[in-house]
Design a protein around this ligand. Structure first.
Ligand code: ADP
Ligand code: MG
Length: 242
């Protein structure tokens, strides 16, 4: 579903990604972890072409991002993204947040968009809040709406960038529950997260990044099962986080 091939990126003279390669199969859940500043957000944003890169290529479902002929807005419309900060439109109701991009980007009519949006809202357990505004919801609820909004676009893959790290601790579980449910339903997912419980429970693979490089890319069994076989940086990271 996603092929990342030898991607390098610079901000001016600072190299933020160095020769990153990996792939994500259909239905696979891959967790990306690593210290702050290691390039996780930058890498995940290159996958839906929110961040350009200077070297290498990324294919999403067979479409090359580096190919100048690729219609990037169209490609992006198939890739769901959920960020650390919920990024709902504050002046729009939950329902309007759910339907806007379906209507504007996918060209759906209002009724179809509403039907799809409410189905996804129900899926994240928030039907009762459909007419509220984001400011009237808790952080956990807002993040669940953001997930429902992304799902309303019928994504072929979901990208998550630390979706729970801005939440109060008591709200982390409700968002992770939705993500676990998605994973169990076979959604292809790339998740930047430090929630190692989530990684252990549902991920297939774990990628560990450090200083812009992919240092580890292995099965979750390998990653958690045998820390001594890991690189010193990954081992140190694991010892702090587990
Ligand atoms: P992570 O998500 O792992 O914390 P990021 O991908 O956000 O890491 O950032 C990786 C590195 O790139 C950091 O050193 C950060 O300071 C730098 N960086 C991120 N965005 C920019 C930018 N727009 N301009 C310059 N440097 C940036
Ligand atoms: Mg980040």
């Amino acid at each position: 579903m996603i092929k990342i091939r030898n991607v390098s990126k610079w901000y001016g003279s600072f190299q933020v990604l160095t020769d990153c390669s990996t792939h994500i199969e259909k239905g696979e859940v891959v967790v990306v972890c690593g210290p702050s500043g290691s390039g996780k957000s930058t890498l995940i944003k290159t996958v839906n072409a929110l961040e350009p890169f200077q070297k290498g290529d990324i294919e999403v479902n067979g479409t090359s991002i580096a190919d100048p002929k690729t219609n990037l807005p169209k490609l992006r419309s198939h890739v769901g993204m959920v960020f650390q900060h919920f990024e709902l439109f504050p002046h729009l109701s939950v329902t309007e947040n759910l339907t806007l991009a379906q209507i504007k980007v996918l060209g759906r009519n209002k009724d179809d968009a509403l039907k799809r949006g409410l189905k996804m809202l129900d899926r994240v357990g928030l039907m009762a809040h459909k007419d509220k505004f984001p400011g009237q919801l808790s952080g956990g609820q807002q993040q669940r709406v953001a997930i429902a909004r992304a799902l309303s676009m019928d994504p072929i893959v979901m990208l998550f960038d630390e979706p729970t790290s801005a939440l109060d601790p008591e709200m982390v579980g409700e968002v992770l529950d939705v993500m676990v449910q998605l994973a169990n339903e076979g959604m292809t997912m790339m998740c930047v997260t430090h929630e190692m419980g989530f990684a252990r429970k549902v991920s297939h693979r774990v990628i560990f990044m450090d200083q812009g490089k992919i240092i580890e890319d292995c099965s979750k069994q390998e990653f958690f099962g045998n820390p001594d076989a890991r690189s010193p940086r990954a081992k140190e990271f694991l010892s702090k986080i587990l």
